[in-house]
Design a protein around this ligand. Sequence first.
Ligand code: F6R
Length: 364
Amino acid sequence: DKGNHRHFMQKEIYEQPVVVAQTLRSYLQRMEGHVTLPIPDNDLSDVRRVTIVACGTSFYAGMVARYWFEQFARVPVDLDVASEFRYREPVMEAGGLALFISQSGETADTLAALRHARREGQRIAVVCNVPTSSMAREADILLPTHAGPEIGVASTKAFTCQLAVLAALAANLARAKGKLSDAEERDIVRHLAEAPAAINGALAYDETIEAMAGSVAGARDVLYLGRGTDYPLALEGALKLKEISYIHAEGYAAGEMKHGPIALIDDQVPVIVIAPSGPLFEKTVSNMQEVRARGGRVILISDYDGIQAAGEGCEATITMPKVHPLIAPIVYAVPVQLLAYHVAVAKGTDVDQPRNLAKSVTVE
Ligand code: F6R
């Protein structure tokens, strides 16, 4: 049932404040200021390396998590798309945690990678939205997302719930490794708990985004740029746009532009820059200015401060609430989803059932 929404995707985008809150409830003890995992045997103190494997949007959630695991827990992280993981014959040592992220829990490549890691003696953690799925059943450590059924083929609410769980897991691992003080853990809990309201704040810009969709819908190519945890978001933005609007889109690390892709820029190419104000802002903005200098049409997604500082001369700006960098990827996922959604609606494509795609990919 789509309720009063036109598509499942739209409904699922709008469910995010509720389902992210629902997911966080089983990981955060807000009063005590603790992060806990909803499993009995949850001591992660002996984890020496984390190997993250997933496909598509779930892979991009894993890519964000890599920053968090390394930043908070100081544990080295390997990250692979599931379809490539086994072919590089990964070296997996004892004491490793292998982490699989999947909405469906049935993606064939991810499941095969899980079984490979099991044979290599890894502890298996699974972040999954379907508790009865194959991956959930084969996990040593099952970390559920509580997004509810996701019907739209393009993943939206599963992604933000995955990010919520992964942030909690990173904090838990950091705690187990003695890398997080009580005060730091309390801060993480407080910031994560602010995510649902901030997502609501982001949803308030739906009409602004809808109004600019027409200008993107006519483009042949679109680029997305981000730095740090906004780099995986740029990749996710491009994936969302191409899968439902069939417009060619690429995500790049902002600093990579000058190493090649800037040659694509002309006055026909919209460039979506994802840049919350913060320590990486200045550098991303200078990459954005390089694009502008070549006539690129920039759409800047930032907060009020960021747009005050760098919004002039952009074709359009989208103002997000000012949030802590930890939850920025969760909040900035929303405008990226809404832009893809409205562009697809403007083009008249089948938003919930895009051509050539299946919700659950059960072949390798
Ligand atoms: C993108 C999308 C796909 C899935 C991928 C993995 O919107 O839906 O890229 O993310 O097929 O699926 P799961 O998470 O079920 O393993």
